[in-house]
Write a protein that binds this ligand. Structure first.
Ligand SMILES: [Zn+2]
Length: 606
């Protein structure tokens, strides 16, 4: 059975494109393989698209070189000197960089994509693949979870008409998205499926079912397990539970990525836990948004990097990703002890209304501890905590204010204010915490095994997206890496920045024919001006587009032209290694142990 089939949403566009092409007569072609074929076949058809005279950054980190890029259908057909080649369409990229489309390792775009598939803020930075699933994924659900998820929706509301992660991926691409999409299956989602919000270990039967759900998600194309271990109920999971899930995903090549258990007082122990999970499960492990949170913990960043380097030297496959800012953004749940949140939002709010419990929570919120991750204390002061989104109309005027400002306005202590806001908003309240040092951001960027993720939605400064604010990383994360940190501060070369946005994550997560720029790769391409690429989003005015990206192609279809969105939505599901749709491996290999293992990824067609 093949429960999942690739979305065909892009086909009409490609077909329409092909129909307008000149006939395949007399095409010159340096079109075939890049190195071989000095005398190409005279019948070689013209390219659909030829990007001429650009400076090609091929994603491997190799020195940039002047080259033309020929595209046929959804794939790159040739890279090199293609001066005489015929093409349906030619664009001049003189003075421009041409690179594989960028990969956002940590995207929160699913909600936005349910109402707007254009992915404006990320497309304008050249992002052609959005990867989801930090702890929570869009499936597998059961009816209880669908109702619960629906109740927790904020400004963007939609019905949940699918059940599995693969079901959602098919649905969102069928509705139409501009970039490609991929997802981890959430460890939190799997736990909620079996244990709801309970603070306990799973029974052996529950754990077996969670593993089976993980295997099913892998068969649908998940990249592995995504966890977020500071939040309830994920916080309640002990290490063996995570190893068991990682093992199940690893059976068909999946990995394990996590918001680790602490980025603060127990940062180094949490890095060790992640490395241990990767080692024990025998899978690739990655740390989400690598950072040291809280000034007292800033010196640990170098130690964490040393621990990761040591693990890599021992042959353990470990990497990290990060965003390029000194503030994080999450909710006020990260300022209160996890025990008070057991049972979910309703139970949490109900407990906070009990004066005796409130007194205990206040005390614990103010007491430094290693037992849970208190981001409000890590931020160090109420001036360094800023509200970016409320659910309730009555509270929306507080959007953009700091905790210090709101507390002063109300005449309440900062901790009382946070408790009151959770109760009044009946939500976790979207909040930015200024936690990191600029030096550590730079240190992270310098590590060759660090990829990048926005940890944000991809949206537009219009409509429903204006009902809340956001973190500037939603609009500037990738342009900031290329502009500020690579070009201006010269922390890393452009070649290396592009590699870390493309082939590094593609190899870590076994993304076939993505993140590369040579014949056979999918034609996910970005044409940008290296002298001008720039982020403009700030914490005061976050909803500002980046500039400098001129053209973006996804599966050979132009999505951004001269900096403006074309309206095209050619995005597809990018499937992981366990997908049942792969012809020779994926779940087929797992189901039939007699089949020899496939060669490592890169099954280039033809
Ligand atoms: Zn996180």
């Amino acid at each position: 059975m093949r429960p999942i089939t690739r979305s065909t949403a892009a086909l009409p566009i490609l077909l329409a494109c092909a129909l307008t092409l000149p006939g395949p007569r007399g095409a010159t072609a340096a079109a075939a393989a890049p190195a071989a074929a000095p005398a190409p076949a005279p019948a070689s058809p013209p390219f659909d698209l030829l990007i001429r005279n650009g400076t090609v950054y091929d994603g491997t980190g190799a020195p940039a070189r002047r080259a033309d890029v020929g595209v046929r259908g959804d794939r790159i057909a040739a890279v090199g000197e293609l001066a005489g080649a015929r093409a349906g369409r030619t664009i001049d990229a003189t003075g421009m960089a041409v690179a594989p489309g960028f990969i956002n390792m940590l995207s929160w775009a699913p909600d936005a994509f349910m109402v707007d598939g254009r992915s404006m803020s990320d497309i304008k930075q050249g992002v052609t693949l959005e990867i989801f699933g930090e702890g929570m994924s869009m499936g597998p659900y059961d009816e209880w979870m669908k109702a619960d998820t629906r109740a927790l929706q904020g400004d963007i509301k939609y019905d949940i008409t699918w059940t599995t992660l693969g079901g959602w991926l098919d649905q969102v691409t069928a509705r139409g998205v501009s970039p490609n999409v991929a997802s981890f299956v959430g460890a939190t989602t799997l736990r909620e499926h079996e244990l709801r919000y309970d603070d306990r270990a799973p029974t052996p039967a529950e754990l077996a079912r969670m593993q089976e759900l993980a295997r099913q998600a892998m068969a649908e194309g998940a990249l592995g397990i995504g966890a977020s271990l500071i939040y309830a109920p994920a916080f309640y999971a002990k290490t063996p539970e995570l190893v068991a899930l990682a093992r199940a995903a690893g059976e068909t090549g999946g990995g394990f990525v996590a918001h680790i258990r602490s980025e603060g007082n127990r940062f180094l122990e949490a890095v060790d836990e992640l490395i241990g999970i990767a080692r024990e499960a025998g899978v690739h492990g990655e740390i989400y948004h690598l950072k040291a949170a809280g000034e007292a913990n800033w010196p640990k960043m170098a130690q964490a990097i040393a621990a990761i380097e040591a693990a890599r030297a021992r042959g353990i496959s470990v990497s990290a990703n990060m965003y390029t800012y000194i503030a994080g953004a999450t909710g006020l749940d990260a300022a209160m002890p996890p025990w008070v949140q057991e049972g979910g939002l309703d139970a949490w709010v109900k407990r906070l209304r009990d004066p005796a419990i409130r007194a205990r929570v206040l005390k614990e919120m103010r007491a430094p501890t290693d037992a849970w991750e208190n981001l409000a204390l890590a931020a160090g002061s109420p001036e360094r905590i800023r509200f970016i989104g409320f659910k309730s109309e009555a509270l929306k005027p507080l959007t953009g204010m700091t905790l210090a400002q709101v507390a002063a306005k109300r005449g309440t202590t900062p901790e009382d204010t946070m408790i009151d806001l959770v109760i009044e908003d009946h939500s976790r309240v979207d909040t930015a915490y200024f936690l990191m040092s600029e030096d550590n951001v730079r240190l992270g960027i310098r590590q060759p095994w660090v990829a990048f993720g926005s940890d944000a939605e991809s949206s537009a400064p219009e409509g429903v997206f204006l009902l809340s604010s956001t973190h500037p990383r939603a609009y500037g994360n990738f342009a900031r890496l290329l502009g500020r940190y690579s070009r201006d501060e010269k922390l890393i070369t452009f070649e290396d920045a592009v590699r870390r946005l493309t082939s590094l994550p593609a190899q870590n997560w076994k993304l076939r024919d993505r993140g590369c720029l040579y014949a056979g790769c999918f034609a996910d391409l970005v044409v940008f001006d290296p002298a001008r690429i720039q982020d403009h989003a700030t914490f005061d005015k976050p909803q500002q587009y980046a500039t400098g990206v001129r053209d973006v192609f996804v599966n050979g279809v132009q999505v951004l032209k001269d900096g403006e969105h074309t309206g095209a939505r050619p995005g597809r599901v990018v499937r992981g290694p366990g997908w049942c749709g792969w012809q020779t491996d994926g779940c087929a290999a797992a189901a039939h142990p007699g089949v020899p293992p496939a060669p490592p990824a890169r099954s280039r067609a033809r």
